[in-house]
Ligand binder design. Structure first.
Ligand SMILES: [Zn+2]
Length: 245
């Protein structure tokens, strides 16, 4: 049995037996972890409020060889979002991010960029709840990018020509092609939307949200449709819940 310590973000939990919970979290050094928190539903327990969703904790856990479920030993709250627990739309948005992290992250594979990106998005939405929708779009773009599903937004996948101001097309294989190579078939992506996607690739979420206040409703809607489409294609089903914009 080996003992590990890592920062982790609680994503979801399920009741187990009478007094325990299975907790799913994204950890900095081991990626997605599922673990048992023994006795955490007893009145007096060593976990306190640390296992509430979207709490950032310092986690110590045991791992047994060939077992996917780890055993939570000790937790310490680094950052709690308890103050937002009365904001229903933020909670729905956070739950949506949590679901996508669970869907997209392979278990026990560390991805420091993903971990930091998820934290930055939670912070940005917590700081300015009115930016939630835009932060969720940013989160989707980056999740797809970090997991290798975001097409190259700069050059045509077929002829390698640099895209300029023209409308480009997303094919069924989730690659982007110029008008000539695609024959205009596929999902059209106009310049304004491509600029938004490229901006998301370059900025931190709070900065992106700030800039997006000047962006047209149509472009925002197109961005939401595009990320939803790609996520659905990758998962081969509709994402579980998506907060209404
Ligand atoms: Zn081309």
């Amino acid at each position: 049995m080996a003992l590990f310590e890592t920062e982790a973000l609680i994503l979801r939990s399920y009741n187990l037996a009478e007094a325990d919970k299975i907790v799913v979290c994204l950890s900095r050094s081991s990626g997605l972890i599922r673990g048992v928190a023994k006795g955490c539903r007893k009145l007096k327990n060593r976990f306190g409020a640390a296992l509430e969703p979207f709490t950032l904790i310092n986690l110590t856990y045991y791992e047994k060889e060939n077992q996917e479920l780890v055993s939570f030993r000790q937790v310490e709250i680094l950052k709690s979002h308890f103050n937002l627990s009365s904001n229903a739309s933020i909670l729905t948005g956070f739950a949506y991010m949590g679901d996508l992290l669970i869907d997209f992250s392979p278990p026990h594979q560390a991805n420091d960029n993903l971990f930091r990106m998820a934290l930055a998005c939670l912070e940005a939405a917590a700081e300015t709840p009115s930016d939630l929708d835009v932060v969720l779009r940013y989160f989707e773009v980056w999740l797809l990018k970090l997991e290798g599903f975001l097409p190259d937004l700069r050059v045509c996948a077929n002829c390698q020509k640099q895209f300029e101001d023209e409308t480009i097309y997303l094919g069924p294989d989730l690659s982007l092609r110029c008008l000539q190579c695609s024959n205009g078939r596929g999902r059209g992506i106009a310049k304004a939307l491509r600029t938004q996607l490229r901006t998301a690739e370059k900025l931190a979420p709070a900065k992106f949200a700030e800039g997006a206040r000047e962006v047209s409703k149509d472009t925002k809607r197109e961005m939401a449709e595009l990320t939803f489409h790609i996520i659905g294609r990758v998962l081969e089903r509709m994402p579980r819940v998506r907060p209404a914009s």
